[in-house]
Write a protein that binds this ligand. Sequence first.
Ligand code: ADP
Ligand code: MG
Ligand code: MG
Length: 889
Amino acid sequence: TKWIYDFSEGNKDQKDLLGGKGANLAEMTNLGLPVPPGFTITTDACRYYLEHGDTPPELDQQVIEHLTALEKAMGKTLGDPDDPLLVSVRSGAAASMPGMMETVLNVGLNDESVQGLARQSGSERFAWDSYRRLIQMFGKTVLDIDGELFEHALDEVKREQGTDLDLDLDAEHLKDVVARFKAIVRDETGQDFPQDPRAQMDMAINAVFDSWNSDRAIIYRRRERIPSDAGTAVNVCSMVFGNLGSDSGTGVAFTRDPGSGAQGVYGDYLQNAQGEDVVAGIRNTVPLADLENIDKHAYDELMTTMSRLESHYRDLCDIEFTIERNKLWMLQTRVGKRTAAAAFVIATQLVDEGLIDMDEAVRRVTGDQLAQLMFPRFVSGGDAKQLTQGMNASPGAAVGKAVFSSEVAVQWADRGEKVVLVRRETNPDDLSGMIAAEGVLTSRGGKTSHAAVVARGMGKTCVCGAEELQVDTKAKKFTAPDGTEVNEGDVISIDGSTGRVWLGEVPVEPSSVVRYFEGEIDPESDEADDLVRSVHRILAHADEQRRLDVRTNADTPEDSARARRFGARGIGLCRTEHMFLGDRRQLVEKLILADGDEERQAALDALEPLQRQDFLEIFEAMDGLPVTVRLLDPPLHEFLPDLTELSVRVALAEERGEPDEGNLRLLAAVRGMHESNPMLGLRGVRLGLVVPGLFAMQVRAIAEAACERRRAGGDPRPEIMIPLVGAVQELEAIREESEKVLREVCERADVAIDALIGTMIEVPRAALTAGEIAGSAEFFSFGTNDLTQMTWGFSRDDVEAAFFHQYLDKGIFGVSPFESLDREGVGTLVELAVEAGRAARPDLKLGICGEHGGDPDSVHFFHEVGLDYVSCSPFRVPVARLEAGRAAL
Ligand code: ADP
Ligand code: MG
Ligand code: MG
């Protein structure tokens, strides 16, 4: 096996084998850039080492061969007493793990070769500085000695010299430092600092291998979902020296601003220093632009090199370099990390520079990045005090007065106040309060709790699971861990992107990207900044490329209109249950409590005109585009008061000796309807079959609204969706009833309305019998929330807070299946249903309306299985457009 590659042998595409650093060092070498020669020991060797606890048997021989070749090329031998070759031993995994693993510089120095180095370089100070650095780094990372011991010893010498600057120490002082460092090694390990250069190198190599399994590396990998068995490569690189004097130095640079994407010179430089010093903040660095004055020649070469790297990698690069006596050396490069805003700006800049095409620009950005750009931002902390950090459930920045109930939220918002709704957790009753509030803060529940899911759907800022907060809704206050009490009316700020919660107002700025989507900023005008212009161009291209249509989930005219501005082509899910809340609750209660057909019909008759008005406005907002209306889905008892609260009220009334007839009846009804598992109970089509006239009323409202729109010259395109179907018979019964109503309404109005009737596929049985169901359905819309819940048997209201974090830790899944569609399981059901459905009815329309419709990975899946559209909340519409475009490339 070939375990070692010379820098001249590899290339940038071999990251898995050579690690990111090694692959890019090889690439730069082959570009003819000034890289100090060296070689890379592969990640294969690391994996062998981790598995067997020892290096592969051939490795030693291969190290000798490559080292000998290196020595020949450099004209020096490792640790030679007269003129030593020194090397760095550097870690470098395939996935970047910044600062997670180890690097040792100046390997090859010992008591003798330090003298040789001094003679050759003409600087004793430099030689001893390098030696003390070796012992310090080697001691810490290879010998596992507490780094503080070295730092204390160094500080002590500095103190004795009355300085706190490294540079004030001369050769004699540094010799003293070396002596003290060697003593530390002896004391801590019982052995002398190893003098054999080759032993130093081998020990350092093994230490890099071992660092793969250091605690912080393990934690980092888990968080970043990097496979734990990938291993790291080891780069052995001949040393160049930035600590040879003021004509030397070391620095880091970006080819453009990773924060904004702006072009220019970005980086830091430190004279007379070695590697770590720049980031360690030991001395003040200067801005890279100053290098032009310090060393014009090296600066110019660096600029040329950076632009070569950019055009070669066709992307922003970050760079580590060293200048040794006016000569530039490149020590590292990689395609650099950047903010979401910079990602967009840079992508279109590169198009304009002719380096990439628009397809590539669209590939270079992600829906997640776009989503980040859509939320308002806190400008900075100001003087607000941070109280705690909860979960970042729905991004955004919200500032408002703390309120502890939905009623107060609505009242205060109505009189123009900004409020943040604070609850222990939320339930469907809090919806009006959530809508009224700027943001929502809960102390319980995970990222898929009611608060989190609803807030994300509405594009509302939410911090959930802030468990350190004691929320007391009765007393209208919460208490922070430091004892701070926040009462109703106190202003708080919550950041849904970080989960941070402050007392007081943190300044906020609106997102220019959203103002652009809203049509408030013309991308061609001067008002548009680079970011808006890039987003506009990239989305336009994604729209051209995508095959998936994007619709929205909306149940108000305002949401519909906004989604349309955001680019939605119709509604994929209009939930009618939201239309049953608020003032209409009374009517719904009457419907549920109806004693006999007559009372029931009266309740339905009262609801119908209200429903009709809702649909009328939505059809108007979505004129000419399809509007999929889902008939009532949730269990009826959700529209009734809470069982416990009601029981208490009734009991109290009885105690006072004034029993309340109405409440007693209500209580009986609530009890009668109580289900231990409502999600699997009487809801959706089951309700439609059991409560006579309910679905017919809804269909009539839809049909009449459509006729009225048509008569007014509009172009309504209703689609009627039956939820929770598991058997074709259920669908057929409702379908017949609906068609009859449609016919009657149209005949009476003398208007032709062509309403599609279809179903949701959200019960596994529906997916498994999709062929039959397609016989009676003109469209399928995958309800992937319920489908996930029922396929996994996970109650989504419970599992996330209860144990999902453990599932994530144990790697049972990398991401919650409610967030990103589980391809193997739920996805297989979707595929089955698509295939069987299309086979039975070739023109079957296929869409998806679960939360997954706005999730980037899931959008790619829906593209792959050939759906016609995805539907998502208004704020996810641009994200879905972008990802649908990316999926099509
Ligand atoms: P990290 O992965 O933490 O960035 P590196 O292996 O890049 O670690 O090493 C850190 C720094 O050490 C480099 O940025 C560079 O300044 C310095 N360094 C590494 N190898 C050499 C070398 N051969 N010559 C000079 N400096 C080096
Ligand atoms: Mg580095
Ligand atoms: Mg459902």
